[in-house]
Design a protein around this ligand. Structure first.
Ligand code: NAD
Ligand code: USQ
Length: 492
């Protein structure tokens, strides 16, 4: 059946209005603001009758898949502090990718054993860690769910960097296999366990695409008129901008199927770009510090700019910097998830979708305000990505506001926190990891190389892998290896 929407596309929620605010004397235009929060404690959509605050909700047993990561670790601590029983599940693949990319978190993160024991000591709360690959160890995952009988599973455990997912065919395939199989394993295991587990998944704003909506992006669903005049409510059309974002679109189709077929209770959080480093919990002890990615694959734009300014290197604005994106602070990530946990959809209700964002900003506006604040230079460089050079972005986020979220906005001085962290650990930074070295296609690569970016990078392989490959091809003969390297360099 063709479900091309007729011109009538009605977002579920009404339109919020833009406003502007002054940051460090600079005018910026956050498009989604707190004033829209008119009804605190309104009912959640989707069958959950009365909104419950995380503090007053029942204490739950929660599996946090991907709980060693940038969002997962502070969220685990936050939930634990609220009194929930938290079990972290992670295969440490993010740490292994650091080895592959020959890069590391700017902040000196501790091993999982040290992290968990530090939290137990600081908080007196129990917390456990299970090392398990969600995408490849189905039986162990099922066993864990059956044994622990969680009330909720929070699913962060995916390869989350768009640039890494576009680096080469190996990384594209890994991202699809890991993310789609992982999500499917969670769904199948919950069904097989026979337990009533609420699944909360971290999705992305990027499922909607950028610049195609032509108005406010609703929270997940739109009403359309199908050919023949029939009315329907469908998922907002998916329009991913990378292999990574495409996996989140595939995830949401899996959720829709499992909700329809097995009446699973699922919440999908379409989160914007997360910025910041620490939360009240990670600040309690140096051993609890959160990770901070600054490299061109995993570092996200605002944290990268703040890091670059601390290092006194130019801010890397891709293209014109006219890309508008949605942002949320790491403290609000944890808060939103706790709200979602406290307000699950009823069994049988459609997949609950929230837009998990605080505000929107244009990349060049962010660069300008940081430059103004710190005196950093700005450098517009060729865009390694295949994306719209300029786009508008207006996003509905009323569901979380109605459930009591008071978003942290950039203007609240928290940029200083990131700048302080960046300055404190800047000696740990490898400057060679700052310029982009993943390209969306050959044309983007060529253009960037003509611009002088990333001449040494061969894209699909890290230097260590390339070295190992050449050594193996030349069977250890140094002369043959040098010849092979010359051929590789001349064709790169
Ligand atoms: P991250 O890479 O820091 O953390 C992900 C964690 O999942 C890592 O610790 C990794 O080791 C683990 N993991 C990956 N695959 C696994 C598997 N198969 N089995 C077990 N563990 C596995 O990423 P993050 O920034 O914390 O993001 C967490 C989630 O939030 C992701 O799904 C991401 O798509 C989503 N998200 C992140 C952002 C952001 O700006 N960071 C924004 C929107 C959405
Ligand atoms: N950009 C620059 N300069 C940089 C880095 C990025 O101009 O040095 C630009 C990019 O071209 C892009 C924008 O900034 O237009 C955002 O890039 P990003 O790397 O900060 O964010 P993105 O790739 O979109 O991915 C991040 C997370 C991902 C999450 C997504 C939310 O890594 O896990 O899903 O944000 S969203 O973008 O809303 O889909």
């Amino acid at each position: 059946m063709a479900f091309v929407a007729a011109p009538l596309i009605t977002p579920h929620a009404a339109t919020s209005r833009s406003s502007s605010s002054s940051l460090f004397g600079h005018r910026v235009t956050p498009r989604v603001v707190r004033q829209t929060r008119s009804v605190v404690r309104a009912s959640a959509s989707n069958g959950a009758a009365d909104a419950i605050t995380p503090e007053e909700g029942p204490k739950k047993r929660i599996l946090v898949l991907g709980g060693d990561g940038f969002c997962g670790w502070p969220t685990s601590l936050y939930l634990s502090e609220l009194g929930h029983n938290v079990i972290i599940v992670d295969n440490l693949s993010r740490r292994k990718i650091d080895l592959e990319l020959e890069c590391d978190s700017l902040t000196p993160i501790q091993s999982m054993t040290q992290r968990v024991s530090a939290w137990r000591g600081v908080s007196g709360q129990d917390m456990r860690f299970v090392m398990l690959d969600v995408a490849r160890e189905y039986d162990r995952l099922l066993d864990l769910i059956v044994r622990e009988k969680p009330d909720s599973i929070i699913h962060f455990a995916e390869q989350r960097a768009a640039p890494y997912s576009m680096k080469g065919s190996r990384q594209k395939r890994y991202t699809v296999n890991n993310n789609v199989c992982g999500t499917h394993n969670v769904l199948a295991a919950v069904v097989e366990s026979g337990l009533d587990v609420h699944i909360v998944h971290l999705g992305t704003m990027g499922v909607y695409g950028y610049g195609t909506s032509g108005g406010e992006i609703p929270e997940g669903y739109i009403d359309v008129i199908l050919p023949g005049g029939r009315q329907s409510t469908i998922l907002h059309p998916a329009y991913p901008g990378s292999v990574y974002h495409a996996t989140k679109c595939l995830d949401q189709t899996l959720f829709q199927f499992y909700q329809k077929n097995d009446a699973l209770r699922i919440t999908d959080l379409h989160q914007g770009i997360v910025w910041g480093t620490n939360t009240d919990q990670t600040l309690k002890d140096e051993r609890l510090i959160n990770r901070f990615d600054y490299d061109s694959d995993y570092g996200t734009v605002l944290n990268r700019f703040l890091m670059q300014s601390a290092l006194d290197v130019p801010l890397t604005v891709y293209g014109t910097g006219g890309q508008t994106r949605a942002f949320i602070h790491i403290k609000d990530t944890a808060r939103c998830i706790s709200i979602a946990i406290a307000n699950p959809p009823k069994s049988g209700a459609q997949v609950e979708i929230f837009n998990q964002i605080a505000e929107t900003h244009r990349v060049r506006d962010l660069a300008n305000l940081i430059a103004k604040k710190t005196g950093a230079q700005i450098k517009n460089i060729s865009n390694p990505r295949n994306e719209s050079a300029e786009n508008e972005l207006e996003v509905a986020n009323r569901k979380f506001l109605n459930l009591g979220l008071e978003p942290t906005l950039l203007e609240e001085g928290l940029l200083d926190e990131v700048t302080t962290v960046a300055a404190k650990y800047k000696d740990r930074c490898d400057k060679s990891k700052i310029l982009p070295n993943s390209f969306w296609n050959k044309a983007r690569r060529r253009e960037c190389e003509e611009f002088g970016l990333s001449a040494s990078d061969l894209g699909a392989y890290s230097m260590a892998e390339e070295e190992a490959m050449l050594l193996s091809l030349s069977k250890g003969n140094v002369e043959t290896m040098q010849k092979l390297r010359k051929v590789l360099e001349s064709t790169a």
